[in-house]
Design a protein around this ligand. Sequence first.
Ligand SMILES: Nc1ncnc2c1ncn2[C@@H]1O[C@H](COP(=O)(O)OP(=O)(O)OP(=O)(O)O)[C@@H](O)[C@H]1O
Ligand SMILES: O=C(O)[C@@H](O)C(=O)CO
Length: 429
Amino acid sequence: MSATKKILLGCIADDFTGATDLANNLVRAGMRVVQTIGVPAEPLDADADAVVVALKSRTIPAAEAVAQSLDALRWLQAQGAQQIYFKYCSTFDSTAQGNIGPVTDALMAALNTSFTIATPAFPDNKRTVFKGYLFAGDVLLNESGMQNHPLTPMTDANLVRVLQAQTKQRVGLIDHAVVAQGADAVRARIAALQAEGVAIAIVDAVSNDDLLRMGPALAELPLLTAGSGVAIALPANFGLAPSSQAASLPAAGGLQAIVSGSCSTATNSQVLAFIQAGRPALAIDPLRIAAGVDVAAEALAWAQPLLKDGPVLIYSTAEPRDVRAIQGQLGVEEAGAMVERTLAQIARGLVAAGVRQLVVAGGETSGACVQALGIAQMRIGGQIDPGVPWCHALPDAALGAAEGLHITLKSGNFGTPDFFTKAFAALAA
Ligand SMILES: Nc1ncnc2c1ncn2[C@@H]1O[C@H](COP(=O)(O)OP(=O)(O)OP(=O)(O)O)[C@@H](O)[C@H]1O
Ligand SMILES: O=C(O)[C@@H](O)C(=O)CO
């Protein structure tokens, strides 16, 4: 394989659904984007303005997250990337030990740069930052439910404090009063902060206009760290403007299915809406998997005769109380791993049965499915809902999908209640 053209922007995302979220915003602003699953062993064999390397590094030990991110950086630099973007969650998900701080420090050192920004603002999905405090919807991060997250409980909405606890470099703030004045004011503030010894600045943004206003000031920074929001301002820095061509994918065909392992509030309402719309849906029972039943084979046998009549849903999605009960019996990790393995096997079986339009709900579930399908890279297409695009990929040759698979990876929290029907309509449009 050989690179057809040097890329402009190189991105490192700390999870799979977050990677497609970032890619989606870049595409909407005019870049052609490819997402790779992990760091490729070979040079890029596609024409793209930006590549997003999707890692699963959000909650792994900090040293491993650093090593994987540096690996991704070296590969992106080899593809010609002129600027690097480290993408984390719009709710700044991180453990007490990191990984946002340690990965940022390591990337700054490797890029030999003494200043970068940090902003998870994503106004399209109601994540805003004001005076350094992160809001999810109308409430502070630590009142949004994120304080109870099993892996990354976020108990402080003050991002200057949160990030300062993860890095030895000094963390400062570019507040909204500066952002509102535009790029020159942001540039001046960056210079002043650098003179004070600040290395990383949290940046306020409460609207897309704020992100677009600061955009030109970001062109000079070798490294940006952010959620996906700031991405809407970057293609313009490379002379690119929104175009429908950036989102173009091969024509879609084949059968349609949804595999959902997300148990978030949003996904629960999407499953309910699909069932209420009269579409066929099958619930997976983790206790039957644990009892040794071949639940994947059962589900595939159920789906087979129905697929010709439109999309089917296979889900382990459940309400928090039911999930806790299962976790109490099987253990949190064991239950998760068992369900992920089963759903991944089902995704493989569905594609082998002719599914060519596949929706996967949940970050961990997406990781398991994409890996089981043997997908190495995806071309990013049009947006279904903020943060969720359709993608096109070539799965494992053994699955017989030589024409490729349209796939979308939906973050647990994203999408309107009718997402599962809307997604297929968007592809047909
Ligand atoms: N009924 C269930 N009981 C116990 N665990 C479950 C059940 N259904 C799914 N799981 C597990 O819960 C986890 C859900 O995580 P996943 O990342 O897929 O969704 P999410 O957290 O909603 O999405 P995101 O990370 O995008 O916010 C997976 O490990 C999955 O296997
Ligand atoms: O930024 C977000 O909220 C998402 O892209 C994400 O990272 C989900 O895991």
